[in-house]
Design a protein around this ligand. Sequence first.
Ligand code: DX5
Ligand code: ZN
Length: 215
Amino acid sequence: MPQVLPSILAADFAHLADELARCRAAGARAVHIDVMDAHFVPNLTIGPPVLAALRRCTDLHLDVHLMMSDPLRYAEDFREAGADALTIHVEAVGPRRIAAAIARLRDLGVAVGLAFNPDTDPRLWLRWLAEADLAMFMTVYPGFGGQSFIPEVREHIRIVRQALPRLPIQVDGGINRHTIPLVVADGADRLVCGSAFFQDADPAGFLAWAEGVAR
Ligand code: DX5
Ligand code: ZN
């Protein structure tokens, strides 16, 4: 059964505590938090102090997506602020630093996610994915909410699902009522939803529908 993670990038930043409560009331068990450094992506969002404030007002699993050129420099700060999972981009750490990066995140005691941009071939990274807790496929180029799903990424999901049948696969970007049945059929089981969740008149209904979509 897929799981929906509302992405708070689409929430009302003036009322984040209320928005987290709204996620919980809708049935979410985890929320997705987008950290952007204005370098790896052309946008700037939240840092450890805001994450710590969120941690103080919720017991939801905090799934933190580090869209940063140097994620390891800040990983401990995000862990201390309350992250349960830290997902780093393989493009940011590169093949020479990936082993050390995974080891560092393990030391911090967080769930380890590896994220892939739409044009990154996951076949080159299967050996490292086997050591991770999560593969996350960007189904848009990261940086902004509300973009359109890139269908070419579906093939990447299928490749990893076949190679690593038990690895949780998360998708992020343009995930909505139209694209959820496609990515679930490909093997995705965690669905990051920004606009589709927060702009729905009935987020609880949306979440229940999405989590009921069968593979
Ligand atoms: C984009 C972020 C996403 C974003 C998704 O770079 O990583 O998590 O919130 O937003 P939607 O669901 O609106 O495409
Ligand atoms: Zn994200």
